[in-house]
Write a protein that binds this ligand. Structure first.
Ligand SMILES: NC(=O)c1ccc[n+]([C@@H]2O[C@H](COP(=O)([O-])OP(=O)(O)OC[C@H]3O[C@@H](n4cnc5c(N)ncnc54)[C@H](OP(=O)(O)O)[C@@H]3O)[C@@H](O)[C@H]2O)c1
Length: 331
């Protein structure tokens, strides 16, 4: 070690001995920057490939690719109805499933008259445990189903703490959000495998991006669907089946009504029709997507947030919505 009596000499000595560390740090920094740039470029390319290129090019012939008939659960309102209409627009025949016969008749008639396709419907309540599936299985027996959209799902009246959620809501959420997708897939998938083609779309939610407190059961049920879809895709891709997990953020439908901030359309909150017109063009291209480019940006940011920040925002947002809902209830 050299002896120094001036600051600049001391500084020179220190920098000389630190040179190696500085260079090592520079290499680490450069490696990190290159990795981030490559990943950003790749993400941007994926987003363009998924959300822009299909819009510019011609539409995929869904009938040729997957088959003549599609089944859509929860199809008399919101996203399900928009899916049924968008599929019909692309000449796919539609089988609607929901609880209300009058609504089913009306939607079925309107779709067949508007898009000149065949339609049919099945009245079923997915909150009734195993009860509806025997009838659904019988009704779908000789139909060649090419596309299944597991859309039906329920949300809470408003976000709440786990112990405040009633047992009824708890069971319904498990039956409607989870069991229905399993049972419907179990009914329809063997026929698709036989024909060596088919597509299954499971409507999950962006709440599966990270643990979302105060939407605990809902988020967990959607995470189940997301996992189910991705694992199932690996199992059946080689047999010609495409399984897609859709993870949208908020969309302006009846379900989102408890969130007053969502009741009006805005930049990030599309209508069901706008959302589905984007989401459907990702079918066959991405096994896991929000289905909508604006939501894709939010999802990427959400995934990169530390979990505690995501959870903090979720708690803040859900508490506000809960307070609003309880105030309305009292009035
Ligand atoms: N809206 C959003 O912000 C949002 C965001 C992310 C994910 N999602 C998911 O997207 C899916 C659709 O949501 P949405 O907003 O379109 O809902 P929605 O507007 O409330 O429509 C729900 C549909 O499901 C049917 N349905 C409800 N309960 C049923 C049951 N027990 N058995 C059979 N059919 C039933 C309803 O018809 P009937 O009442 O006539 O039966 C209706 O056709 C859900 O899985 C939801 O979790 C929604």
């Amino acid at each position: 070690m050299a002896a120094v009596d001036r600051f600049y000499l001391l500084y020179r000595e220190i920098s000389r001995s630190c040179n190696f560390y500085i260079e090592a740090l520079a290499i680490v920094g450069a490696w990190y920057t290159v990795r981030k740039c490559v990943s950003l470029a790749f993400d941007t390319y994926s987003m363009l490939r998924l959300h822009l290129i299909p819009k510019l090019g011609g539409e995929i012939d869904l009938v040729k690719q997957y088959g003549k008939w599609a089944v859509v659960t929860g199809s008399t309102d919101g996203i399900g109805k928009a899916y049924a209409e968008e599929l019909a627009k692309r000449r796919v025949n539609i089988i609607l499933i929901s609880r209300n016969k009058e609504k089913l008749e009306a939607v079925s008639r309107s779709i067949s008259e508007t898009y000149k396709v065949e339609t049919d419907f099945i009245v079923a309540d997915f909150s009734k445990g195993r009860e509806p599936y025997a009838a659904i299985k019988k009704a779908l027996k000789d139909r060649e189903i090419g596309i299944l959209v597991n859309n039906v799902g329920m949300f809470y009246p408003y976000p709440d703490y786990f112990t405040n959620v009633s047992e009824d809501v708890l069971w319904d959420m498990i039956n409607i959000n989870i069991a229905s997708a399993n049972m419907m897939t179990h009914i329809v998938l063997p026929g698709m495998v036989e024909k060596k083609k088919g597509a299954i779309v499971n409507v999950s939610s962006a709440s599966c991006c990270q643990p979302t407190p105060m939407l605990t059961i809902y988020g967990a049920s959607k995470t189940y669907l997301d996992y189910f879809s991705r694992a199932l895709h690996y199992e059946y891709a080689s047999k010609g089946i495409f399984v897609q997990s859709l993870t949208p953020f908020m969309i302006v439908t009846k379900m989102a009504e408890c969130r007053s901030s969502v009741s009006r359309r805005s930049f990030f909150f599309p209508s069901a029709e706008e959302y589905v017109s984007h989401a459907i063009s990702t079918l066959g291209l991405s096994t896991r997507t929000t289905g909508y480019w604006k939501h894709a940006i939010k999802f990427t940011l959400g995934e990169h947030l530390p979990e505690w920040i995501w959870a903090w925002f979720a708690m803040y947002f859900c508490r506000t919505v809960r307070k609003e809902a309880l105030t309305h209830k009292v009035k």
